[in-house]
Design a protein around this ligand. Structure first.
Ligand code: HEC
Ligand code: HEC
Ligand code: HEC
Ligand code: HEC
Length: 412
């Protein structure tokens, strides 16, 4: 096969589906895509002959079927389906196992004893099989889309606005603004009211009604609102406050914008609340080791001056981004992996109808670097655990479609 560069269009029909040559129309089951044979062996498995595919079947029966199934459909957790997978991708991965670029004990022992020729044929064989059907319990439909966390946070925070202001910008002296609070600090503060580490009856009863999911959603909602100063008066001497606040800057930032998620920013916060909170660290209703010392050193006058200084500073947006929805994620994945995970690039794996447990396992492996791929490392690094589960479930549910590769000879 190698060297005998095709002179006419060779239709490689991965499902052994009859393909109408006129216009290269794919059959109903397969989509057509054009590939050019490369200089190296990358695409050889794509244009294997029927005889080679038959030889590949014998290799599969002897060496692979006990794990991947004779039909390429795995019944074993942690073992991927191979049926209908893109041939060149399968060959590439088999070579990666043999060269130990991809390490996995079950596979290493197998591929070490096979020639490259055998790897090409067995890849072509598995690629030629009918792809798996998605295993969705017959009655089950797609799960309801995950609610948008920011919209859910806004809804959950509706009852907070009366005291904390619309979008978390306080209009009531004594009520803290919640805008621009780091989500970590927000959650910690709420939990401190719950456990009584921060004593405050109103907030304690407020927190009791909030679920953990809503707590995180509200934290995200407030963190993403456009920051602005509290619309409340700030009596006190700003200039004196600036001088007195020198000892606070190491933790709260020069202009009251903290760089540490556990330390709140004070810029633009309501002045009366700032002074009261500082007093609470001094007098005891708030217990915090970092704040005890700084607060103890201040008298009421200094507290009110420092509060006036911080209230006048400009609060800054946080480096917090709205997480992607599953639809936004998969839209990105589909750019490389094809519509609904039906890749048309022979070197990029199809994901449709793959085992969900396998997809989760691989995404974790890319994230930890156990499996190396520059394309995938960046993608998986930003995924939360919930994203991994939902994305894997999404692709496992998709209908897998075979691809017909139309091999275009290089122009002479
Ligand atoms: C002892 C069980 C076992 C046998 C036998 C076996 N495999 Fe595998 N195979 C696995 C496991 C487990 C994985 C997942 C490995 C990983 O995590 O990288 C795998 C992964 C693969 C992959 C990577 C698929 C992907 O989507 O990334 C390919 C390709 C593959 N096997 C082909 C074969 C072929 C071809 C044979 C026969 C020559 C074979 N395997 C024999 C267990 C086996
Ligand atoms: C009846 C008025 C009221 C309502 C309603 C209310 N809060 Fe509060 N909240 C307060 C007061 C007063 C404080 C200051 C308590 C203190 O001194 O520790 C506070 C403090 C907080 C703090 C700490 C802020 C900081 O900078 O440390 C957070 C977070 C908070 N509230 C969130 C909420 C959320 C979320 C809701 C809605 C579920 C809510 N609050 C509803 C009055 C209210
Ligand atoms: C060693 C670091 C450190 C220093 C110095 C420090 N703080 Fe704090 N501050 C913190 C931490 C951490 C918290 C959060 C404590 C908590 O969770 O209740 C905090 C909380 C506060 C709060 C509550 C804000 C809110 O939104 O509820 C105020 C007000 C405050 N500090 C004022 C001051 C002032 C004024 C000074 C200087 C006199 C100062 N801090 C110095 C670490 C520090
Ligand atoms: C820039 C192109 C690109 C994008 C975008 C991309 N991938 Fe990939 N993906 C690849 C390539 C190339 C491979 C093969 C990498 C290798 O050799 O390990 C791959 C491999 C995978 C595999 C391994 C499949 C198997 O059977 O072993 C999974 C699972 C996967 N990608 C999921 C995703 C998901 C989910 C997304 C979206 C969040 C995504 N990919 C986005 C290019 C991409």
């Amino acid at each position: 096969m190698k060297g005998s560069a095709p002179t006419a269009l060779i239709i490689v029909c991965m499902l052994a589906v009859a393909v109408a040559i006129a216009g290269y129309l794919p059959s109903a089951a397969a989509q057509a895509t054009k590939v050019k044979p490369g200089g190296d062996d990358d695409l050889r498995a794509v244009y294997a002959s029927p005889v080679e595919v038959a030889e590949g079947k014998r290799v599969a029966e002897t060496s692979c079927a006990r794990c991947h199934g004779a039909n390429g459909i795995s019944a074993t957790k942690g073992v991927p389906h191979l049926a209908g997978q893109r041939a060149a991708y399968l060959h590439l991965q088999l070579r990666a196992y043999r060269q130990s670029a991809r390490v996995q004990s079950a596979m290493d022992g197998i591929v070490r004893f096979l020639s490259d020729d055998a790897l090409i044929k067995v890849a072509a064989y598995y690629a030629s099989l009918d792809p798996p059907r998605p295993v969705v319990p017959s009655a089950a439909k797609a799960p309801p889309a995950r609610p948008d966390p920011v919209a859910a946070g806004k809804a959950a925070a509706a009852g907070c606005a009366g005291c904390h202001g619309e979008a978390g910008i306080s209009k009531t002296p004594g009520m803290p603004s919640l805008v621009a609070l780091d989500p970590k600090y927000f959650v910690a503060a709420m939990n401190a009211y719950k456990t009584g580490q921060r004593k405050h009856d109103v907030m304690k009863s407020m927190v009791a009604a909030v679920s953990d999911a809503d707590l995180n959603n509200m934290a995200l909602y407030y963190a993403l609102q456009k920051p602005a100063r509290a619309q409340t008066p700030a009596p006190g001497d700003r200039a004196a406050g600036k001088a007195a606040a020198a000892s606070c800057a190491a933790c709260h930032g020069d202009q009251g914008v903290s760089g540490n998620p556990a330390t709140p920013s004070l810029a633009g916060q309501d002045a009366q609340y700032l002074a009261a909170a500082t007093r609470a660290y001094k007098d005891g209703p708030r217990k915090d080791e970092s704040m005890k010392g700084p607060a103890a050193a201040l008298d009421d006058r200094a507290m009110s001056d420092i509060a006036a200084f911080y209230a006048a500073q400009q609060p800054q947006p946080l480096n917090v981004r709205r997480p992607l929805t599953i639809a936004e994620w998969t839209e990105r994945c589909d750019r490389c992996h094809g519509v609904n995970g039906n890749s048309t690039d022979p070197l990029t794996p199809a994901l449709a109808a793959q085992r969900a447990d396998w997809l989760e396992q691989v995404l974790h492996a890319y994230r930890t670097g156990a499996r190396k791929s520059s394309a995938m490392a960046a993608m998986s690094a930003l995924m939360s655990e919930a994203d991994v589960k939902d994305i894997a479930a999404h692709y496992a549910r998709q209908t897998a479609r075979a691809v017909t590769y139309v091999v275009v000879p290089p122009a002479k």
